[in-house]
Design a protein around this ligand. Structure first.
Ligand code: AP5
Length: 209
């Protein structure tokens, strides 16, 4: 099962992915997580990506496409994957389709998790993330409920940066909704409901395929 999770920053892609991994046993591949690890390790990629990420801008397509073609070629992705935060531009989507088609594969389901922007701004200003396992929670959680790790606030979750991330999403990523609708694999999910309800619809959409 090859799944793409679409949705604005803070729509709940990471939250739904945590559950999908447990249910379907396929890897969760988040470009944001990979980039944050590269920044923390101070790699060449991390040094190039940091300024874009801090400003809420997209990292250039060529860097992301190279990164993801390496990641998707790893053995654990052969049985399927959950892509979170990739693709984010039409060029990335076309590169992904070409890489999959070369191996006789394609995207089975693209889920657009939809949440009003004002709800997202509130969610992200109170989001805290586990340094160890990446679990996304709220400011009430000082210790990660999944692994006991330290919870911290992401640099790009300041309101001004969040507003720019949302503007970038509208301009560069929202067109992918039409892209995947055209491919006949798009399912829209109302993400402005409790996590369990969003998950029930997400799972139903995947199982329908
Ligand atoms: P990335 O890490 O991908 O961030 P994002 O897309 O902005 O998504 P988020 O991780 O912020 O949100 P989410 O949808 O996963 O929400 P979550 O589940 O955490 O990207 C960061 C940066 O990296 C980008 O800005 C860019 O610079 C760069 N980048 C990454 N990929 C790139 C690419 N492909 N190309 C170029 N650049 C790239 O939930 C949010 C909060 O809401 C949490 O607190 C959670 O507990 C809560 N929540 C979740 N669901 C619900 C619910 N149903 N009800 C109430 N609260 C909920």
């Amino acid at each position: 099962m090859n799944i793409v999770l679409l949705g604005a920053p803070g729509a709940g892609k990471g939250t739904q992915s945590e559950r999908l991994v447990k249910e379907y046993g396929i890897p969760h591949i988040s470009t944001g997580d990979i980039l944050r690890a590269a920044v923390a390790e101070g790699t060449k990629l991390g040094k190039k990506a940091k300024g874009y990420m801090d400003a809420g801008e997209l990292v250039p397509d060529d860097l992301i496409i190279d990164l993801m073609s390496d990641r998707l070629a790893q053995p654990d992705a052969a049985k399927g994957f959950i892509l979170d935060g990739f693709p984010r531009t039409t060029a990335q989507a076309a590169a992904l389709d070409a890489a999959l088609a070369a191996n006789g594969r394609s995207i089975d389901c693209a889920l657009a998790i939809e949440v009003p922007f004002e709800v997202i701004i509130k969610r992200l200003s109170s989001r805290r993330v586990c340094r160890q396992c990446g679990h996304a929670g709220t400011e009430e959680e000082t210790v990660c409920p999944s692994c006991g790790g330290e919870m911290y606030q992401r640099d790009d979750d300041r309101e001004e940066t969040v507003r720019n991330r949302l503007a970038v999403y509208e301009k560069s990523t929202a067109p992918l909704i039409d892209y995947y609708a055209g491919a006949g694999v798009l399912v829209r999910v109302d993400g402005n409901r409790p996590v369990d309800e969003v998950y029930a619809d997400t799972k139903a959409a995947i199982d329908r395929d």
